[in-house]
Write a protein that binds this ligand. Structure first.
Ligand code: ADP
Ligand code: MG
Length: 754
């Protein structure tokens, strides 16, 4: 035997060990009390159970009265269906319930209760009195309970329920909570702290149950801390309880068929923040906590909110009851559900989408003005508004506002999601009437009297476009499409490279998102054809100057027998002007009579191309687009759009872009501030030599903000679209633009050997 140096205390234990005590069955009351303590660990917790019972009983009015934080008295009165007299004897016994008949019911339960433990538990740690009346009973009955059983109200009297006066419904009173569990009582904080927890529970249920009126007050007080009306909406209830937050909320409502759940709720917008997050989470109408979801939401908001500030979120998830396990936590505070990670990711995406789509008053820092350039008069108001709203002083020319409610990708595929085909009114430019195409069918459900005009979507019937779309399917690499459709974005590899890591199942891949995006925007061009929104260039871009600039920047061999730049530029302008109706109708590109480009197609909600690439794009419209055949033209033009829109990391030595939203749902403004002189006319991008003469440089902070914005677009616009909308061509799969760099099972094999 090993020899140990025993301390005196250990020695005592040893003695106990050598002389084992006899095992005794615990007295049933003690067992029940221990179990009760696990289920009901504080007044707020008991109240939650009682509220849930009232809601299950179909109550539309719930009144709560509290004394000493619920420790002295916790009373709840409802107008639900009441309890039948014959059930009153067993209502407080453990495992008695009217909500569950057999084991199978457990997985289908749609009510709050299911274990029949709450009332029993409360009766083991408090004096419980129930007064109740069902609709078909002539009178109400009252009974008192202790340790799960009926007890006489006064010593020496009968314990049977007594007839009394009362309305239909139930009143349950729990007095002297934990009177028989002094350790628990001591562990609780002050009554005021317990009362705050009670209010928190009532607030949550009051907000979530918009058809039910709730009041909560201290005994003896005639002022209720919570007071909601049965007629009010969820938003009214939030306003009633949290005040001004209500006007800063974005509504969420979405169904997820595959994951079998529905999401509803309200989240605060980017202009609102709190010192501490308020997170009201309901899963199948039960107030629960879920720290992973909370973390996921917090991390989404870090992009939007100032450091150390937090959002408000009220979320209600309705998950197929068969996928939910409510049994993991004794107080039912936490629940587990199937596909938790996917569900959380889907909720996160919905929040992200809503935030990105509603940040109409959001201010982003972006690339600064090109050295020496002036800020633009017309943007001043916008800038001031943004400063007021955000509270952060940002120079005009660094402002970017992204619209918000522009089209989603679903719109491309789902003809029910209709489009606004009315170009934004532009008083300066007369020719904005959108020609109706005879070849295409217009969904003609536009009632001019409608306040909110319904958008139309053109049903594209052109063989050329349909053929090009079909071709995408013919050259599809199904494996890669599937990989991208089910990937998880990991992160960008480097600030200057267009590489990102994505995970698919157990494998990690490095993808060149620039190449993927080129193809993506090509496909978006084909699917959005004739249905694009508009990106308005605040200052129309002069095609002549920009193409000449592009020509001069090209490294072509001077000895080549080329036409003079001016001449080439003129050919391009003539070409574009002669096609301007088609460009406007099908590609939302407005070419003015003066040879300017005023609008570009809005291909992806919230996304604008990097205007550094505009000169090259315009030049290539002249040199690379096949203007002769219909299919050739749409294909090559779409390819050029793909090339132009594919993201490239910001280049701090050149142009700055500022985007602003319109009131119009289907358009955004973008202005290239680098090229603007005092006359508000767009000039050539500045040449390298003149940059040196100026002294405006990017601060590190501005660069960081711009990189962050760029990366945000990659993560939240590009990759989600690759996920939902992309048909991967074989060429990309075969050309090493998507490389597997690690496989978890292989890694395990390696680590196992270590
Ligand atoms: P559970 O809710 O899991 O069924 P409880 O111990 O919470 O178990 O409640 C036991 C039973 O008492 C319920 O099934 C219900 O029939 C009845 N009950 C409790 N509270 C009320 C109420 N406020 N109104 C009507 N019936 C109630
Ligand atoms: Mg219950």
């Amino acid at each position: 035997m090993n020899s140990y140096h025993l301390h005196e205390k250990d020695a005592l234990t040893m003695t106990d060990k050598t002389n084992p005590r006899p095992i005794r069955r615990l007295n049933e009351t003690v067992v029940n009390r221990i179990a009760a303590g696990e289920i009901i660990n504080r007044p707020a917790n008991a109240l939650k159970e009682l509220i849930e019972n009232s809601l299950d009983a179909g109550a539309s009015n719930i009144q709560i009265t509290v004394k000493d934080g619920g420790l002295k008295l916790l009373q709840i009165l409802d107008n639900g269906h009441g309890i039948r007299k014959e059930d009153m004897t067993i209502v407080c016994e453990r495992f008695t319930t009217s909500k569950l008949k057999n084991f199978e019911d457990l997985s289908n339960i749609n009510t709050y209760g299911f274990r029949g433990e709450a009332l029993a538990s409360i009766s083991h740690v408090a004096h419980v009195t129930i007064t109740t009346k069902t609709a078909d009973s002539n009178c109400a009955y009252r009974a008192c309970y202790s340790d799960g059983k009926l007890v006489p109200a006064k010593p020496g009297t009968n314990a049977e329920p007594k007839a009394c006066a009362g309305n239909t419904g139930t009143q349950i009173t729990a007095e002297d909570l934990f009177y028989n569990v002094p350790t628990r009582r001591k562990a609780l904080k002050s009554p005021s702290d317990e009362y705050n927890r009670i209010l928190d529970v009532v607030n949550r249920y009051a907000i979530h149950n918009s058809g039910v009126s709730f009041t909560c007050k201290k005994q003896g007080s005639n002022q209720a801390e919570v007071n909601t009306l049965s007629m009010s909406s969820v938003l009214d209830n939030i306003r009633q309880i949290y005040g001004s937050i209500a006007s800063e909320l974005l509504g969420l409502s979405k169904s997820f068929k595959k994951l079998e759940f529905k999401l509803n709720g309200y989240i605060s917008n980017a202009n609102y923040n709190l010192k501490k997050m308020i997170f009201l989470l309901f899963i199948n109408h039960r107030a629960v906590e879920n720290s992973s979801l909370k973390k996921a939401i917090e991390s989404i908001y870090t992009t939007y909110l100032p450091k150390n500030t937090h959002p408000f979120a009220y979320l209600s998830l309705e998950i197929n009851p068969q996928n939910v396990d409510v049994n993991v936590h004794p107080t039912k505070r936490e629940v587990r559900f199937l596909n938790e990670d996917e569900v959380i990711a889907a909720v996160g995406d919905a929040i992200q989408e809503s935030l990105a789509g509603a940040n109409s008053s959001r201010t982003f820092l972006t690339q600064t003005l090109l050295p020496g350039a002036e800020s633009i008069e017309t943007n001043t108001n916008l800038a001031e508004n943004s400063i007021k709203k955000s509270g952060v002083k940002v120079l005009n020319y660094k402002l970017v506002r992204t619209d918000s409610r522009v089209q989603t990708l679903d719109d491309f595929c789902n003809p029910d999601n209709t489009f606004n085909m009315q170009p934004k009114d532009n008083p300066k430019k007369g020719n904005n009437n959108f020609p109706n195409s005879s070849k295409n069918i217009v969904n003609s459900n536009v009632g001019s009297s409608n306040l909110k005009r319904k958008r139309e979507r053109f049903d594209v019937r052109l063989t050329s476009i349909l053929t090009l779309r079909k071709r995408l399917k013919e050259i599809e690499h199904k494996g890669l499409t599937e990989l991208l459709a089910n990937h998880t974005f990991v992160g960008c590899v480097d600030d200057s490279l267009t590489l990102a890591l994505v995970q698919h199942q157990t494998k990690l891949y490095m993808v060149n998102y620039n190449v993927l995006s080129e193809e993506l925007f090509y496909q978006l061009a084909l699917y959005g054809f004739h249905n694009f929104g508009f990106i308005h260039l605040s200052i129309p871009a002069p095609i002549r100057e920009l193409t000449i600039f592009a020509l001069e920047s090209c490294d072509h061999d001077k000895s080549e027998d080329l036409k003079p730049n001016e001449e080439i530029s003129q050919i391009i302008i003539d070409q574009l002007i002669s096609r301007k109706e088609m460009l406007l109708e099908y590609f939302s590109m407005t070419i003015t009579e003066n040879g300017e480009l005023a609008t570009l197609p809005l291909m992806l909600k919230g996304y604008a191309p990097n205007l550094d690439k505009l000169p090259t794009f315009l030049l290539r419209l002249g040199t690379e687009v096949d203007w002769e055949t219909e299919t050739g033209c749409f294909e090559t033009l779409s390819r050029e759009l793909g090339l132009f829109y594919a993201p490239e990391p910001p280049n701090f030595s050149n142009i700055s872009t500022s985007i602003s939203n319109n009131q119009d749902d289907n358009s955004m403004d973008i202005c290239d501030t680098s090229n603007v002189n005092k006359d508000n006319s767009l000039l050539l991008p500045k040449r390298k030599s003149s940059e040196k003469e100026t002294n405006l440089i990017f601060t590190e902070q501005q660069k960081k903000a711009e990189i962050a914005r760029y990366k945000w677009q990659i993560e939240h616009l590009i990759f989600p679209t690759l996920k939902s909308q992309f048909i991967a061509p074989k060429s990309i799969a075969e050309n090493g633009h998507v490389l597997q760099i690690a496989n978890l099972p292989d890694l395990y094999r390696i680590f196992e050997r270590c």
